[in-house]
Design a binder for this molecule. Structure first.
Ligand code: F6R
Length: 240
């Protein structure tokens, strides 16, 4: 696990985007693993800039998102499909048919099976991750088996409360999500995790100091051969 700490968040975003730009330039058919939430927005802006400057094209790129709320359709402003359209897809030349987000509507178990099948048939070249204040990655909450594949999850009170900032009231936050499992995530060739802000410092401390254990899902990343962790000063504040 390589850890890089940045004073300047803009620079962190540029560096995070560089890993993706390199992959998109190098691979004939790049496969990107994408995340939502506030953390990757700055990196997506850098990717859009790079596309606008003619450095990269998304024409042969396929994407897989980590998760989606159960019960929100693509037009709901808090759905993760909507988030991806607004923050990346509509700004670049990606074919919408090549973008995959778990389907939060209808039969969730069927959606999970279909998503696992898609993930079994491919390999993600590079995966971006944020991290929850409780150490979750995607929506693999504390206690999730490392062997988990895509599944329906009951969100913890911590995750519901963390995400309530995006909704008008906490009651509107969905209580369930469909998430890639930890074992799906570990199949990616390379993983970039970004953590920003003081409220991620404890999760980052655990990631660095604990041995892999299922109570702190992010610690599974220690078993992966190619992980880069990008931190701002606040998120790294409990490391020293
Ligand atoms: C998002 C996701 C979550 C977030 C995490 C951090 O697709 O899977 O694990 O990465 O909850 O969220 P933010 O970035 O909003 O702090």
């Amino acid at each position: 696990m390589e850890i890089r700490i940045f004073k300047d968040i803009e620079k962190l975003n540029v560096e995070a985007a560089k890993y993706f730009i390199e992959t998109i330039q190098k691979e004939k058919n790049p496969v990107l693993g994408l995340a939502t939430g506030s953390t990757p927005i700055g990196m997506y802006k850098e990717l859009i800039k790079s596309y606008q400057q003619g450095e990269i094209s998304f024409v042969n790129t396929t994407t897989y998102n980590l998760d989606e709320y159960v019960g929100l359709d693509a037009t709901h402003e808090q759905s993760y499909r909507y988030f991806m359209t607004e923050n990346l897809f509509k700004h670049v030349n990606i074919n919408p048919d090549n973008t995959h987000v778990p389907n939060g509507l209808g039969d969730s178990e069927k959606s999970c099976r279909e998503y696992n099948q898609l993930l079994d048939d491919t390999q993600i070249d590079i995966q971006i991750l944020g991290i929850g204040s409780n150490g979750h990655i995607a929506f693999n909450e504390p206690g999730t088996p490392f062997s988990a594949v895509t599944h329906v999850v009951n969100l913890t009170e911590t995750s519901i409360s963390d995400n309530s900032r995006f909704f008008e009231s906490i009651d509107e936050v969905p209580k369930q999500a469909i998430t890639m499992g930890l074992s799906n995530i570990m199949k990616a060739k390379k993983i970039i995790l970004i953590a920003l802000g003081e409220n991620k410092a404890e999760a980052i401390r655990k990631l660095v100091q604990e041995d892999p254990n299922e109570n702190t899902p992010c610690t599974i990343l220690k078993n992966h051969p190619n992980v880069v962790i990008l931190l701002d000063h606040a998120a790294s504040s409990k490391l020293i």
